[in-house]
Design a protein around this ligand. Sequence first.
Ligand SMILES: [Mn+2]
Length: 418
Amino acid sequence: MKFFHVADLHFGKMLYNVQMVENDQPAWVEEFLKAVDRYQPEAVVMSGDIYDRRIPSPEAMKLFGHLLTELARRDKYVFVIPGNHDSDIRLSHMNELLSSRKIYIAGELEKELMHISVLDGDKEVNFWLMPFVFPKLVSDPRVLNDPEISTYDEAARALLAAQKLDPEACNILLAHQNVLANGVAADHSASESIVGGLGEIDFSAFDRFDYVALGHIHNEQPVGRETVRYAGCPLYYDFSELGRCKDLTLVTVNGKNDISIEKVPIPLLHTLKQVSGSLEEILEQGQTIPDKNRYYIQAVLRDRHVPPRAMEQLQAVFGRSLVNVKREYLPTEEETALGIKHAEAAGLSIDAQFAGFYQETQEELLDADQEELILKILEQQLRRGDVFAANAKAVPADDTEELIEMLLGRTEESHETA
Ligand SMILES: [Mn+2]
């Protein structure tokens, strides 16, 4: 039997100000369905992060609904697990109904993982659906009731050990975790919002499975062995993915010890392009790029001082393809010796640095209220004159509380690992 392994669809994700769900993601879905028609797999496996956020936008939900409907129309098995960006219940609440159409969506974690047996000739291929797990979830009385479990690795091993696998059958696992091989971390993209070193599980935890369809890391790659692998996110979600392969992963199960992996190209509406140099150099490069609307372009400005009207000039040349302008002034050795910090040298104000940091870690922009609060805190600090002091003191307690309250109120629904 054959199946497509996809992961980290992140329906509803934005690439800077571009709403991917308006063009790129629906275009990907149509191309994916074409590939399904062409390669005729029996199943499609989706290893988490279906949506970009726990409360998905209506457009993102419509798109996922369309994808499932079209796969059901083609009578395919569909196996889905929630990732750390998904709400397990929102994703799976119609599972019972959908399973009558061969669509299986794992929801809240239970001791016995959802598993589905598919007959391939006279052999059984079993799909095991492990939702995104973290230690507290697994050690909970309702799951393993084992307070000793404290790491992700322990949690995954204990949970998987509790499953009654048929060793004669071919066992496929869906998982959405940070998997590494013998201490070597997988190659990350910057679009994952994964805190380095957090949640690590060694690939040997999956030794009993013949193929492990992973999600979470956005760069496609095997981890430890060819048959433990990340499918990668289907589209370019960050400029750090420049040049990365976005081909589909097609898995063929010939037998328990005979699994082959094939990469299937899929056309994308846009690929990425980065242009860098001084403003003058970038504008010159811009003239030579044909068909700019096939790209999302990032301009990396390396001028010491940005010339006036730089943005206007860039937009005139690159048009709507320009999605981001980054300043990357590399300080001279002398400047470094003088202790001028990179960000300061690039001329970013502290609030802009914070906004950038927030956007990077939370995958959303500061709203007006938050921006105001940050400015207020900075203003107070400035009045105290210690923002730039080497031993800058803590933010005043009142503001800290207000900030924490606001962030908590806002991130109550946000995912587990940031
Ligand atoms: Mn993801």
